[in-house]
Ligand binder design. Structure first.
Ligand code: ZN
Length: 217
């Protein structure tokens, strides 16, 4: 049974997820904590719940999703796993982070590069890595088929989709990722996105104004 806690961090209102199971082993998805207070919020939650962080995971390499990588690696002594195809996107952050006011950003060295079909395991939990390009060239998602849970990053949101105007973004590619990789999942799968509230695959298939199946002719 997964325990999923969402934090909303940094100026982009990015969702950082702390996910654990009954073994108390846990992963952090997209640590976006930047301020001291946000860092404390994250580490206090880990301490109070006596969690052991096994991995730090990134869905993609945009600034708002990676701001806390360095802090989390240092604090929890856990390896950082990012998408192989998004490594260049991640490496580019140090060049533009100061332009967004994130002067204190420090790049963290990834420990493992993930590709489509690989698995990430912690405790009694096993997730599949889904390759979901379009918002960024190497965007990935994490799917738990047993618990019927998907961490979709900035691909699919409740009633919206990720922007495609950033470097390496492509609208058609994004829509294809959603239709071919996500809308084939069971309707009851709960989607935890990189911004905003959670939703389900079934709900978005019917009513998402950008990619509902009724829009396909
Ligand atoms: Zn993004």
């Amino acid at each position: 049974m997964l325990s999923i806690h969402a934090f909303e961090f940094n100026a982009f209102a990015e969702n950082t997820y702390l996910v654990s199971d009954e073994t108390k082993q846990a992963v952090i998805i997209d640590p976006g904590c930047y301020s001291r207070e946000e860092q404390r919020t994250l580490s206090s939650y880990v301490d109070e719940n006596k969690l052991v962080i096994k991995y730090i995971l990134n869905t993609h390499g945009h600034v708002d999703h990676v701001l806390g990588n360095d802090f989390a690696k240092d604090k929890f002594k856990a390896p950082l796993l990012i998408s192989k195809m998004d490594e260049a996107t991640t490496r580019a952050v140090r060049n533009y982070a100061p332009l967004y006011g994130f002067d204190a950003y420090r790049e963290a060295e990834p420990d493992q590069l993930l590709s489509e079909g690989e698995v990430v395991s912690f405790g009694n939990t096993t997730w599949k890595v889904l390759f979901l390009p379009g918002h960024s060239p190497g965007h990935i998602g994490f799917y738990d088929a047993n618990e019927k849970v998907l961490f979709s990053g900035d691909v699919l949101f409740a009633q919206s989709i990720g922007r495609t105007d950033l470097p390496g973004g492509n609208f058609e590619t994004l829509i294809n990722s959603i239709h071919q990789k996500l809308f084939i999942l069971p309707d009851e799968v709960v989607v935890y996105p990189g911004h905003g509230p959670s939703t389900t695959i079934g709900e978005e298939k019917i009513s998402n104004p950008f990619c509902a199946l009724s829009l396909i002719r």
